[in-house]
Design a protein around this ligand. Structure first.
Ligand code: MOS
Length: 730
């Protein structure tokens, strides 16, 4: 087959849904206008652990407009038969209103349904709950850990003991909440025994299956609609309790129910990145070759589910150390269950490992970039597999050159600008390439326009646009003649829209479908006596702007429209799919991030002055949106490094900063000049047919340690706890 001319892929196009978004016409979960909708407000627990001994709903029910108050006292039993296809952690998921137990502060314990939101809010305040409270345990430092997940190669303890240079440091990262702009919301409606959910979801198919399992109904009885998601960062990967609550409230009242969590309720009703403690011991020779790594990790989880994530990979494959030992334990606490948050696991590991490498570099008097180059493996040291592509060396060297790294004074606290101490730092990042089966339906209509659909989601990276770019080139259509639709569980299945896997996996299915459809159209033409292409070699035909023609003879051809109309075909339709084979390669994305900071010598205030990221992420389909992701990743990383910290009062397990006034995220004034560079010619065809490795996570991973390392270079102060606060620098 002749390769299709590429016009849209690789072009810096703006979002096809941009106009909808800026004019307010993109419909987010709570904005769907559903006839007869009533409103639900969740009542949550004010104790951190114990039992509910009574709920007085009289005052609430007396309010005009209140339809129902539902709690464990009157809720029906729900099936909770379990969804074997979910990615939920092992344990027993929180079952809404099924018993009197309180497992964490803020647990949803009742819901008030009323004809208006205001009445529902007021009535929720009037619900009186009595408890038998018990002492809750929310402090990881004082609670016992579970058994370890262990990993080992070589003899790390022996190698460490005999290493000429050793480092032993423990790094801590605070709990963090995603705090996407859009709040979590669901509108639920029952039509007989069919449930429709308009929901904020990173995985419409997953929510469909989860809710079918909760209510014990067939999967096809649940329809999830989620065309736009206003940010999520991992927190809409799971069907949280409020989705069940809205569906339950709708069933119990016989009305469509809208439930939007408040900003405060997001901290209890949905997940978070767990707090971590990560001890790193490194042993190396005097030339900086790391011979031993011992890593002890500890993270919080809930009492009812054991959440773990891919926090171990980086410590096993990023550096060529022959002797590595790791153990990873979780600490069950009276908290709700954590979930993935941007760069899940890897971002946490990067802070520990990349800080430790920076400390080692300082100890050895070796440049931090050079230290990393000296420890680059030729193959994946954790499993001996060849890398599909690994261009971390280039990320490091290109980054050092473009950032002006050689101008750096390695001696800490040596550069000043008035009252500001200036420093630079760098760190590497890595994230695994997730490969999952995906499908996409492609339909070409006789008017020469195409519709491509897949049940994925778009939380902001620009999936509508990038998939349209791929489809347009593969079908030989212009961007405006292709529509990509997503966010509906009736569409062909895809993996969750998370873990940077949408472009690669959904895109590979889209490409497959479009290639098949184009091939079908070409076949129709060359076998049609009335076609100018009759008898031509199918392998020699390309399609451009909706017109099929012989590659070297553009005058010989016809349009899709002419071809389909003449053949009385209203449309052609195919199902594209991507089924990743077993992998014989180690597949990761890589980044090198360089940061310059200024620290106020008297006030301890840290300002990031500039930042550069260099990325080995495979092929870039949509450069403008890729860059938008990278800039967003750096902004998020500044939050992780300097601001984001969920604070719990361990006396009763209450989160004390559950709002955006007290949980700080970066604002425009915090953001300096940011730049992303994407290594050329990086397509990775061992990963998937479109050569994409994924981008959204790795642009974030490595940002926080680059900043922490720059703070050390500026001040001579090594801060081993994120976020880096003013207090830590005074
Ligand atoms: Mo992301 S943590 O994979 O949504």
């Amino acid at each position: 087959m002749s390769p299709q001319p590429q016009a849209a892929v690789g072009a810096p196009l703006s979002r096809v849904d941009g106009r909808l978004k800026v004019t307010g016409k993109a419909t987010y979960a709570a904005e769907h206008d559903i006839e007869g909708v009533v409103h639900a407000v969740v009542v949550d627990s004010s104790i951190g652990r114990g039992r509910i001994t009574g709920i007085d709903t009289r005052a609430a029910l007396a309010q005009p407009g209140v339809l129902k108050v539902i709690s464990h006292l009157n809720a029906p039993n729900l099936a909770y038969r379990g969804n074997p296809e979910s990615y939920d952690p092992p344990g027993k998921q929180l079952r809404v209103f099924q018993d009197d137990r309180v497992l964490f502060h803020g647990q949803p314990i009742a819901v008030v349904v009323a004809t208006t939101l205001e009445v529902a809010q007021h009535a929720a305040d009037l619900v009186k709950v009595r408890y038998a409270a018990e002492q809750s345990s929310t402090d990881m430092a004082s609670a016992p850990a579970g058994p370890p997940v262990a990993y080992s190669r070589g003899d790390a303890d022996k190698a460490l003991a005999s290493a000429p240079v050793r480092l032993d440091a423990t790094y801590q990262q605070a709990r963090a909440h995603h705090n996407a702009m859009e709040l979590h919301a669901t509108i639920a409606r029952w039509d007989g025994d069919k449930l429709t959910l308009w929901d904020k979801s990173q995985w419409p198919k997953g929510t469909q299956k989860d809710l079918a399992a909760v209510f014990g109904i067939p999967q096809d009885s649940v329809h999830v609609i989620s065309p736009f998601v206003g940010g999520a960062f991992g927190n809409a990967m799971r069907a949280w309790p409020h989705i069940t609550i809205s569906a339950l409230a709708a069933r119990e009242t016989g009305r469509p129910v809208k439930l939007m969590l408040t900003r405060r309720q997001l901290y209890f009703g949905t997940g978070f990145r767990p707090s971590y403690e990560y001890r790193v011991r490194l042993g190396s020779d005097r030339r900086g070759r790391v011979s031993a790594m011992v890593q002890n990790l500890k993270a919080e989880t809930s009492s009812y589910e054991n959440f773990t994530e891919g926090v171990q990979h980086a410590g096993q494959m990023l550096y060529n150390a022959p002797n590595v030992r790791q153990d990873y334990r979780t600490v069950p606490l009276d908290v709700n269950t954590p979930v993935w948050m941007r760069g899940p696991g890897f971002a946490t590991a990067a802070f520990a490992l990349e800080s430790a490498m920076d400390e080692l570099a300082d100890k050895l008097g070796i440049d931090p970039v050079e230290l990393r180059l000296r420890n680059e493996p030729e193959e994946d040291p954790s499993n001996g597999l060849p890398f599909s592509t690994r261009r971390l060396r280039e990320c490091l060297t290109v980054g050092a050159r473009e950032f002006g790294w050689h101008r750096r004074n390695p001696r800490p606290r040596s550069t000043r600008d008035g009252d500001w101490l200036i420093g630079t730092g760098m760190a590497t990042g890595t994230y695994d390439v997730l490969r999952s089966p995906a499908q996409a339906r492609v339909r070409l209509d006789a008017d020469g326009t195409a519709l491509v659909e897949a049940a994925t989601s778009d939380m902001g990276p620009g999936t509508y646009t990038s998939q349209t770019q791929l489809a347009a080139d593969a079908l030989g259509l212009t961007m405006r003649n292709v529509t990509f639709r997503l966010g509906d569980s009736t569409m062909p299945p895809t993996p969750p829209h998370g873990g940077s896997q949408t472009m690669a996996n959904v895109g590979s299915a889209v490409l497959d479908g479009c290639d098949k459809l184009r091939t079908q159209a070409i076949k129709l033409a060359v076998e049609d006596e009335r076609s100018p292409l009759y008898g031509a070699d199918a392998a020699n035909i390309v399609v451009r702007a909706g017109r099929l023609h012989v590659r070297d003879n553009p005058t010989r051809g016809e349009t899709y429209r002419q071809l389909l109309t003449r053949n009385n075909r209203t449309h052609l339709e195919v199902l594209g799919s991507f089924t990743p084979g077993e992998s014989r390669f180690s597949m990761y994305t890589y980044s090198a991030t360089f940061a310059e900071v200024a620290v106020d010598a008297r006030l301890g205030l840290v300002r990031v002055r500039r930042m550069l990221g260099v990325y080995d992420v495979g092929r870039i389909i949509s450069p403008k949106l890729a860059d938008s992701q990278a800039l967003g990743g750096m902004v998020g990383g500044i939050g992780q490094a300097l601001l984001e910290h969920t604070t719990t009062d361990h006396r009763d397990g209450r989160i004390v900063n559950a709002d955006l006034a007290n949980y700080l995220v970066p604002v425009n004034a915090d953001i300096p000049e940011l730049r992303g560079i994407y290594l050329d010619g990086g397509e990775d065809l061992k990963a998937d047919p479109i050569g994409v490795k994924g981008l959204g996570e790795v642009v974030y991973i490595g940002v926080a340690p680059a900043i922490a390392n720059a703070v050390f270079n500026a001040t001579g102060r090594r801060v081993r706890e994120l976020p880096i606060t003013v207090e830590a620098l005074l």
